[in-house]
Design a binder for this molecule. Structure first.
Ligand code: SD4
Length: 314
């Protein structure tokens, strides 16, 4: 089986590259997902994931992450984790060393520290300066920032799906969530079925965007289920978003961005995003693919509730 890894966003290129190198050397999909996600988590320039991620409204970086193994259907997640740079690796240990699927908050940190992780300051000078600017704007203009999607680079998750040479799939998701979120807010990313889902017999999916909307529609589970019903990965991504927009129409619920990537067990992949939130020149829906054909950055497709499904071609 020729391996392939897909990731959300342009900043996922480096992760895709690392994941692909591991897969090409014979790594299992689960290991490729974790190590690839770590690349983004540790990059201080990525302001929406791991170290350097923008904090909550009180200036605390709270991280959500999850990982899921197609071979065993096991999953692990952490929510509102503070002080640990690589939350997806903690999520993996939740999967492997506890009888549970998710640990949250201070007790997730206690678990991480007990398992050898080191507590570190996740704020960079840049993310601290942006939080201070947000605070100044708040005191000047009023109580709340309602439209997260209006703000550049205030959120974006790296979601990843991989297929290894043994025919096994895995998926991962890691994020600092929405900048300036309420303390304790948990988004879609660590929720199995929302931020990610994988069924080795079908395929994998991972999501990014406004989690408070997306988690109401379990869109990763939906995309995998749609593939199971015979839709292509591209069709499944489009249809999962059309479902979300039927239930939560942007004109009624406010503009929000939502995007999803999907990888079928035979290596065919697809992706889609809502127009609202993800099509402005400074906010294109881009995603990365790494395979034997090299590492590519792709854009689109953009979906509205009226989008017609493309013909079933692969
Ligand atoms: C969240 N889904 O916490 C994440 C953020 C994100 O593009 O992916 N934004 O809601």
């Amino acid at each position: 089986m020729p391996p392939v890894i897909i990731t959300t966003w342009k900043f996922g290129l480096a992760a895709a590259h690392t994941g692909w190198e591991l897969l090409a050397q014979g790594a299992h999909a689960l290991d490729a997902i974790e190590k690839a996600a770590n690349v983004t988590e540790l990059d201080p320039e990525v302001t929406s994931v791991g170290y350097g991620g923008l904090p909550n409204r009180e200036g605390v970086v709270e991280l959500d992450a999850a990982i899921m193994d197609g071979a065993t259907h096991a999953a692990g997640a952490v929510a509102a984790l503070t002080g640990i740079k690589t939350p997806i690796s903690v999520a993996r240990l939740v999967m492997e060393r506890t009888p549970h699927t998710m640990l949250a908050g201070d007790n997730a940190k206690r678990f991480a520290l007990a398992n050898g992780f080191v507590e570190e300051d996740l704020l960079t000078p840049q993310s601290l300066a942006r939080w201070e600017a947000y605070r100044r704007a708040q005191s000047a203009s009023g109580p709340d920032v309602a439209h997260f999607d209006d703000l550049p680079e205030t959120h974006d998750t790296i979601g990843l799906c991989a297929l290894d040479r043994y025919g096994d799939l895995a998926a991962g998701c890691t994020t600092s969530g929405l900048a300036w979120k309420w303390p304790g807010r948990v988004g879609d990313s660590p929720i199995i079925g929302s931020g990610l889902y994988v069924d080795n017999a079908v395929g994998a999916a991972a999501a990014t965007g406004h989690g408070d909307e997306m988690m109401r529609a379990c869109i990763s589970f939906r995309a995998v289920t749609l593939m199971e019903q015979g839709l292509t990965p591209q069709q499944a991504c489009i249809e999962a978003l059309r479902y979300l927009m039927r239930k939560r129409p942007p004109e009624r619920c406010g503009l929000y961005g939502a995007a999803i990537i999907a990888l079928r067990r035979d290596g065919v992949f697809g992706a889609a995003a809502t127009c609202s939130g993800f099509h402005a020149p400074n906010r294109l829906w881009q995603w990365a693919v790494a395979s034997e054909q090299g590492v590519q950055l792709l854009e689109g497709v953009y979906v509205t509730p009226d989008t017609v499904l493309p013909a079933l071609s692969s």
